[in-house]
Design a protein. Structure first.
Length: 248
């Protein structure tokens, strides 16, 4: 299965992999890659770079919103094969090294197996490497405060709750918010469409996840690119507040 690569703004592509998204930001011959999908999405990831006329050698850095397997999947492959630096929020660096694992457990999934979509999602996650051991050997904290010197000049925004070190990425010049799993627009285990939090079982600390929506609500922009679900057009602040209303 090929990834669904969609240009959503000048130089920005949202890629729908298998139940998870990643973002390709191009600037000249260089690329910033945000997230990498499941381990099993590697062929789709590489094909998506080819689809935008590029190659993995052109990736200046990989930014990881958070170190769950469906976002971290091919990060170590890119680092080992191409020397690509892997950047995360400092609180997420030990998570990427797998000094600990804050991820939904099999027990939590079983407790929620009666919910629509949970069993098909869990089967897909297992087949795609959702429980594989894919640490990044040398993850690095963001190299600077504020806008990063990378294509798109993304600004990391700490949005804890889904994980302790979850970060969204704001592109003020283009009005884009790459929201990761702090704010999504759909998921196979959710019957809700539009801006929302993921179901409770996925969050390390749900109360902090809800509080992080206020951080996102303060950002300017009119295009949200989530870790799950389609792109959402409209004020990102309103999207964050809509998700908060649904969560309360």
């Amino acid at each position: 299965m090929r990834a669904d690569v969609r240009q959503v703004a000048d130089g920005i592509h949202l890629v729908h992999g298998s139940n998870t998204n990643w973002v390709i930001i191009t600037e000249g011959d260089e690329i910033t890659l945000v997230d990498t999908g499941y381990p099993g999405d590697r062929e789709q990831l590489l094909a998506s770079l080819e689809a935008v006329g590029s190659a993995p050698e052109a990736v200046s850095a990989v930014l990881i919103t958070h170190a769950h397997n469906d976002h971290l999947g091919s990060a170590e492959f890119l680092r080992c094969t191409y020397g690509t630096p892997i950047y995360l929020h400092p609180a997420e660096v030990p998570h990427a090294r797998r000094e600990f694992l804050h991820q939904v457990t099999i027990g939590q999934v079983l407790k929620n197996s009666w919910r629509p979509g949970v069993l098909p999602w869990s089967v897909h996650a297992l087949r795609s490497g959702g429980t594989a051991h894919v640490p990044v050997a040398v993850p690095e904290p963001f190299p600077a405060e504020g806008a990063l010197d990378l294509p798109g000049r993304p600004v990391p925004v700490h949005t804890p709750g889904h994980t302790d070190g979850h970060a969204a990425f704001h592109l003020p010049d283009t009005g884009v918010l790459i929201s990761g799993d702090a704010l999504v627009s759909g998921h196979p285990t959710s019957r809700v469409k539009g801006p929302q939090l993921l179901p409770d079982m996925f969050h390390r600390d749900r109360s902090r996840a809800v509080a992080s929506l206020d951080v996102l609500a303060a950002l300017d922009g009119d295009l949200m690119l989530p870790g799950h679900g389609p792109a959402h057009r409209g004020p990102v602040g309103e999207a964050a507040l809509q998700a908060k209303e649904r969560a309360l």
